[in-house]
Design a protein around this ligand. Structure first.
Ligand SMILES: Nc1ncnc2c1ncn2[C@@H]1O[C@H](COP(=O)(O)OP(=O)(O)OP(=O)(O)O)[C@@H](O)[C@H]1O
Length: 312
């Protein structure tokens, strides 16, 4: 598999002496979907801004298809579609114009750009804002138009910084589905920063976890999960006054947590799940209002590796 991006020993110290990236090295191969996770201020945006040539590294190198992007920043727009929040520079254009013009800037013919803009408007349900100026759109609509401008031109690499911010659940799903489809059909390489860990899990192959500017982990979702915890989790919603009795009932099956008065979590080896469930079904009675068994999630990985609760 070809290497798309290679980041070696990347460090960024801003003028205020803030070290936002600290010796980060990673490689992204063709066709991979990589999620960058980490709490607020971890250094995620700083990393990708350097990868698209918007911020100059203090140390280290970044190669895009083998070329040094610091020396050859002209190559970036040819290969990389970068989505940074909303298309502020295009504020005075309508939805259609913004998408079409971006296609033209990427070298498409008039007919090709028109056809592609029409298809994207249809695909992303943007008919309502086709003729509306971007500055008069809602935040979510602006973001979806921004997303369409990234997609036009079928660039081989997409880099997206928190693309689902401000989007409603239906739009979020549409965005994730569109990215997954693009990756599957065109082999597009995708790097995205997101706080939607649970949603990202449906799409990403690999995860980079960053905190305090350092890369804490970089691996496939499956490998990270194994590394963090391969146990299943039984989650119960209980009547608080029954909590102690139920904890006693389950204590022999694994490790218990009581995250809230009405919640009990039991981490257990796969082989114990049947017996633990049996105990709940036959002995918990009214004390347990709801229960479910869940495998380790990307969210578990994130928290275990240093992500902070409340920051996603
Ligand atoms: N231009 C700048 N000058 C000085 N410090 C900066 C600059 N940009 C970012 N920082 C600082 O660098 C650190 C990393 O910021 P960055 O935006 O990369 O984090 P992030 O992980 O993307 O955060 P968030 O999830 O909140 O968007 C933060 O402490 C931030 O305050």
């Amino acid at each position: 598999m070809n290497t798309v991006y290679e980041v070696n020993g990347l460090t960024k110290i801003y003028d205020n002496q803030k070290k936002a990236n600290d010796n980060i090295s990673l490689a992204i191969r063709q066709g991979e979907v990589v999620g960058v996770l980490g709490p607020n201020g971890a250094g995620k945006s700083t990393l990708i801004k350097q990868m698209v040539g918007h911020v100059k590294p203090t140390e280290g190198e970044i190669r895009l298809f083998g070329a040094d992007v610091i020396k050859r920043s002209d190559l970036i727009p040819q290969y990389v579609g970068y989505y940074d929040q909303r298309p502020a520079a295009l504020d005075a254009l309508t939805g259609y114009e913004a998408i079409y013009c971006t296609g033209r800037l990427r070298g498409m013919s008039r007919a090709a750009a028109k056809g592609a803009a029409d298809r994207l408007i249809e695909l992303l349900n943007l008919g309502e804002v086709r003729k509306r100026e971007i500055r008069k759109m809602s935040g979510g609509q602006q973001r979806m138009v921004g997303f369409a401008t990234v997609l036009i031109g079928e660039l081989p690499v997409l880099i997206l910084d928190e693309p689902t911010n401000e989007l409603d659940p239906e739009r979020r799903r549409q965005l994730w589905d569109t990215l997954a489809e693009k990756n599957r059909q065109e082999g597009t390489t995708i790097l995205l920063v997101t706080h939607n860990v649970l949603e990202a899990e449906q799409v990403v192959d690999k995860v980079a976890v960053i905190d305090h500017g350092q890369l804490l982990a970089y691996d496939s979702v499956g490998k990270l999960k194994q590394q963090v915890d391969s146990r299943l989790r039984l989650e119960l919603t209980v009547r608080p006054e029954e909590g102690e009795r139920l904890e006693a009932l389950l204590s022999g099956y694994g490790t218990l947590q009581r995250p809230a008065a009405n919640k009990i979590r039991l981490f257990m080896e796969e082989g114990r799940a049947g017996d633990a469930l049996q105990a709940v079904v036959s002995e918990a009675g009214d004390g347990c209002e709801e229960y479910r068994v869940v495998p380790p999630s990307l969210e578990d990985v994130y928290f275990k590796l240093g992500g902070k609760e409340g920051s996603i």
